[in-house]
Design a protein around this ligand. Structure first.
Ligand SMILES: Cc1cc2nc3c(=O)[nH]c(=O)nc-3n(C[C@H](O)[C@H](O)[C@H](O)COP(=O)(O)OP(=O)(O)OC[C@H]3O[C@@H](n4cnc5c(N)ncnc54)[C@H](O)[C@@H]3O)c2cc1C
Length: 453
């Protein structure tokens, strides 16, 4: 009999296991793949450090950085390189996001007035936000509806869609603003205007910028966690097919003998949790199954510096749908982070797919690579062939917090309260970024530990 079995060895499952170990409980993590980390994956290719999934920890939410310090790798954290300018593609040109902005929205007048990202009409419409009445009622709303109502169509096309929805590879008119950007909703509610709230709450910019990473790639974090937990805690190649019982639980595996546990924490994507939990509670399983997921791919490639004419002074760019390209975004990895490419070389990475392009993963690696290299070559004036290319596929990996997500998670939590020592964590429910996943997993593990006592 195990005290706690954790299903899934992504960052959420590993962080839950770490928290339990801090509390003197010896968990067992069951991970279907032959490696831990889930969508966090770093590869080292000919001197290049290539993150296939996430590449950054948001500093404002400290859970990931705190965990790095607890694991003894905190001293390795590095901020993004300067300049930290991000660009937006408009009319085939890369235009810098105005300086002094929060999620692309202006926090000072000067840079907003002088930007070429918006037309004069677009700027006037956005500026009019300060005098618009606040919305009555607190129903959930899509990011698109919120931004269109407050800032107009141009702000949706060149900010909300590529940037706010783009981070989540989602549809701007379906993703919930309340679940994903509650600060914007809060500013409208409390200040009557988002811009007035942003102008009033000027906080000095951190010299470190907004993000951190690790020189060996974000994969250093799950690697350190897995090593600290040890082989007797983490079992790879263990696919959970069914969880049954009502506490203790029997956990059935695809290839090994079942295991039994007094408590279970499921940290897989919600669709996988739905399959595993059918025997425990059909309503809970149905609620999990309702959370949609988007698929995406990243394509990384290395070049000699002289092959790229563009100065690459910034972190990369996002691509609005109106631009009619296949790329959703691209990162100039070696300009964004130190130590990612050998001297005299650059590393680039393109993002494709998302909710608006669900059939993308039907394409071969060669097609995905050709599209990415061709589009980046024309935008950045690249000549010659890449030194290497690498495609990372992320099928059904990005949860879509659609309008109503908050209520669905409240329903899930209510259902969980009626079950004995069964918990759900991971990116599908209460936050999608790595820090959110870590914080929620640790809080969930603390609850499990308390229940076991
Ligand atoms: C391309 C991409 C870029 C991103 N960029 C960033 C970024 O820069 N910064 C950031 O903060 N966040 C980023 N994110 C989001 C963040 O990385 C994820 O939300 C987070 O890592 C998810 O962790 P998780 O443990 O919840 O899920 P996962 O990483 O999906 O882990 C779940 C694990 O469960 C396992 N599993 C599934 N079913 C079973 C089963 N039946 N039995 C056993 N095991 C099972 C899977 O194999 C997997 O290892 C990005 C996400 C993607 C896809």
């Amino acid at each position: 009999m195990n005290d706690v079995v954790i299903v899934g060895g992504g960052i959420a499952g590993l962080a839950a296991a770490w928290e339990l170990r801090q509390r003197g409980i010896h968990p067992l993590v069951l991970e279907q793949r032959h490696r831990t980390g889930g969508v966090i994956l770093t590869e080292h290719i000919d001197g290049f450090v290539v993150d296939g999934g996430p590449d950054a920890f948001l500093i404002q939410k400290p859970a990931a950085i705190e965990l790095c310090h607890q694991l003894g790798i905190g001293h390795r954290l590095v901020p993004t390189l300067l300049p930290r300018t991000a660009f937006v593609l408009r009319g085939g040109r890369l235009i810098p996001l105005p300086e002094a902005s929060f999620l692309g929205l202006p926090t000072r007048v000067g840079p907003f007035v002088s930007t070429h990202l918006f037309s004069w009409m677009g700027k006037l419409r956005m500026g009019a936000e300060v005098i618009l009445p606040r919305r009555r009622g607190d129903d959930d709303e899509s990011i698109g509806s919120f931004m269109r109502r407050r800032f107009g169509d141009e702000a949706v096309a060149y900010l909300a869609e590529p940037l706010l929805a783009g981070i989540h590879a989602g549809d701007v008119d379906q993703l919930s603003v309340n679940s994903l950007f509650p600060r914007l909703v809060e500013l409208e509610r409390t200040r009557g205007s988002v811009l007035r709230g942003l102008f009033a709450n000027q906080t000095p910019r951190s010299p470190q910028g907004a993000f951190m990473s690790l020189p060996g790639g974000v994969g250093e974090l799950p690697a350190a966690l897995t090593a600290a937990l040890g082989d007797d805690v983490v079992r790879c190649g263990a696919t959970v097919t069914e969880i049954s019982g009502s506490g203790p639980y029997k956990i059935t595996l695809a290839t090994d003998a079942p295991v039994v546990a007094r408590a279970v924490i499921v940290s897989t994507p919600a669709w996988s949790a739905a399959t595993a939990l059918r025997s425990v509670d059909t309503t809970l399983a149905a609620l999990c199954a309702q959370i949609p997921y988007a698929s995406s791919a990243t394509v990384a490639f290395g070049l000699r510096r002289q092959q790229v004419q563009h100065p690459l002074q910034g972190t990369g760019f996002v691509v609005p749908k109106r631009e009619r390209r296949s790329l959703m975004a691209a990162t100039w990895v070696s300009s964004k982070w130190p130590h990612r490419a050998p001297d005299g070389h650059v590393l680039l990475r393109g993002f494709l797919g998302g909710a608006s392009d669900p059939s993308l993963l039907d394409q071969s690696d060669e097609q995905l690579t050709d599209t990415t290299v061709a589009e980046l070559s024309s935008l950045l004036s690249i000549s010659g062939q890449p030194l290497f290319t690498r495609v990372f596929r992320w099928p059904r990996a990005t949860p879509q917090y659609h309008v109503g997500h908050g209520q669905r998670v409240r329903d899930i939590d209510e259902r969980l309260r009626s079950l004995t020592r069964l918990y759900l964590t991971g990116s599908g429910y209460r936050g999608t970024g790595i820090p959110d996943c870590i914080a929620d997993a640790r809080a969930t593990a603390a609850k499990a530990a308390a229940a076991l006592r």
